[in-house]
Design a protein around this ligand. Structure first.
Ligand code: HEC
Length: 145
């Protein structure tokens, strides 16, 4: 009688253990191995910035493409050309721009890139490309004819 009791207790324990093992396997089957989980948790399209070693993959430049004239004007040039600060010809002041326009656009581009008197080179932002400065000049001049 005592012996039978012990056997059934062992059987019951084995059943519990077996069930636990089954659940654990089931969970692992659904979630995957730790490696698979780590793989899934990785951000899709890992960030690879300029200057980073990204395993031979060419790094994308941080800024996506050149800024438009409108964007450049409104982030850099407006500080002076909206207000007339430092004696800058104001945007939309047709009379103030007429005499400058007479010298031709090439000269205006060159002066904006090199700077002229109170006008700092590239509006004070050396990171602007020639094309971006020219686009900003176009934008400014178009609004001032
Ligand atoms: C710190 C103030 C300031 C900022 C910022 C500035 N300008 Fe000027 N800008 C001036 C002043 C002052 C003049 C007049 C210079 C002169 O002829 O004495 C001027 C003149 C100009 C002219 C006329 C140049 C010529 O040949 O007559 C253009 C075009 C121009 N700016 C474009 C820009 C553009 C584009 C930006 C932005 C990228 C910009 N400016 C940012 C102050 C500024």
């Amino acid at each position: 009688m005592k012996q039978k009791n012990q056997v059934s207790r062992i059987l019951a324990m084995a059943a519990v253990l077996g069930f636990g093992l089954l659940v654990a396997l089931q969970v692992q089957a659904r979630t995957g191995t730790p490696e698979q989980i780590a793989e899934r948790l990785k951000p899709s399209g890992e960030l690879c910035l300029q200057g980073m070693d990204c395993g031979g993959v060419a790094a994308a430049p941080v800024a996506a493409g050149p800024k438009s004239g409108d964007q450049v004007y409104n982030s850099v040039c407006m500080a002076c050309h909206n207000t007339g600060a430092a004696g800058a010809p104001k945007k939309g002041d047709v009379a103030a721009w007429a005499s400058r326009l007479a010298q031709g656009m090439d000269s205006m581009y060159a002066n904006s890139i090199k700077g002229i008197r109170g006008m700092p080179a590239r509006g004070g932002n050396p990171n602007l490309s020639d094309a971006e400065v020219k686009a900003a000049v176009d934008y400014l001049v178009e609004a001032s004819r």
